[in-house]
Design a protein around this ligand. Structure first.
Ligand code: NAP
Ligand code: 8YV
Length: 311
């Protein structure tokens, strides 16, 4: 008999097709009354597939008495209560590696957009403002000093790209890595040293507001913040203050607290480049993530080892 797979929110058609062929699928986002839908199926759900940002609470896990595996469509699993899942013996998987290129490309794109004011220049060209004079000069990115906060899989992919821009690369993470770049065990010292701070750590309690007032003050009025990690890693109110008051120069952001809401203050600022959490969002990469979600669930029910287990 086919296993019951609950899909929490809309995911790429590639994944939905695989899931429909192999499981008895239940699509939460298509229901008018989601609570009633969940209570109708909660005792038969064997597996959940879920977008990275969707909260999987202890209450939900507890109510699904037959649940065996939660497959997260994302490498960051901070929205899933891992400790609770483990206590119930529920397996959790994520999608590492397959999105490294995409997220690293996006981080570099944000840096170039901030330094070279690419979006403003595009508007300037479209508005025909060029007729009235040249676009103002911008700031050189090549050869600048880049500090990466989180030298993990994606951090390393960002560093590799930044090498091609002749950036001087240094980093902060919990542990020193086997890489050529300079390690700072003190984040403030790193902030003092660099032109750009690029954040790519996991979210969750441990990194909450890691990038705070003290970091902004030490990054300084020529400093640029890039955040492709999680909104929670940056003190968002302090970021708005720092951008408004020239504590730092500018920011390029893909992630926010309370997505999909972006604070109006960030939108109104001229010294921000804002993306709607799209760092991994290409057809190729999202399909690869979908395949990994599917393969993990399939392996579980075939009694094979999970490909990318979290717990
Ligand atoms: P990873 O390989 O686990 O790397 C995470 C890095 O963060 C490691 O270097 C780790 O240091 C460091 N770190 C963890 N806690 C820290 C702390 N408290 N202080 C300083 N450094 C800390 O993960 P990844 O695959 O590169 O992904 C990183 C994160 O990027 C994900 O968890 C997700 O939140 C985010 N992400 C965002 C998008 C997007 O669409 N914007 C896409 C993909 C991923 P140690 O190794 O020394 O412990
Ligand atoms: C996804 C991400 O967009 O992998 C992650 O951690 O943030 C992104 O790749 C997100 O998980 C939505 O599923």
């Amino acid at each position: 008999m086919q296993k019951n797979l609950l899909i929490m929110s809309e995911m790429p058609q590639y994944f939905i097709n695989l899931a429909d062929k192999n499981f008895n699928t239940h699509k939460l986002w298509l229901q008018n009354d989601e609570d009633k839908f969940i209570s109708d199926i909660q005792e038969k759900v064997d597996a959940i597939a879920v977008m990275g940002g969707y909260k999987i609470t202890p209450e939900l896990m507890k109510s699904m008495t037959n649940l065996k595996i939660i497959a997260c469509y994302g490498v960051g699993y901070d929205a899933i209560d891992i400790v609770y899942a483990k206590s119930l013996g529920i397996k959790v998987t994520n999608t590492p590696e397959v999105l490294n290129d995409e997220v690293a490309d996006t981080a570099i794109a944000l840096m170039l957009c901030v330094y070279r004011k690419i979006l403003e220049a595009d508007k300037f060209a479209r508005n025909n403002s060029w007729i009235n004079g040249e676009f103002p000069l911008t700031k050189k990115f090549s050869g600048s000093k880049l500090g990466i906060v989180g030298m993990g899989r994606i951090g390393k992919a960002i560093a590799k790209r930044a090498e091609a821009f002749n950036c001087t690369i240094s980093y902060h993470s919990r542990n020193k890595k086997n890489v050529e770049y300079q390690f700072y065990d003190n984040l403030i010292e790193l902030a003092k040293e660099v032109d750009t701070l690029c954040v790519i750590t996991p979210g969750g309690k441990e990194t909450e507001k890691l990038i705070n007032k003290n970091v902004f003050e030490n990054l300084g009025s020529n400093g640029v913040l890039i955040n492709v990690a999680r909104g929670s890693v940056v003190d968002q109110d302090e970021l708005v203050y720092s951008l408004k008051n020239n504590v730092i120069l500018a920011a390029g952001l893909d992630v926010y607290i309370n997505e999909p809401n972006i604070p109006k203050e960030l939108i109104d600022l001229k010294n921000t480049v804002l993306l709607p959490h799209v760092a991994s969002a290409t057809v190729e990469t999202r399909n690869a993530m979908g395949q990994l979600v599917f393969d993990n669930i399939k392996n579980y029910f075939e009694g094979k080892p999970l490909i990318s287990p979290v717990v």
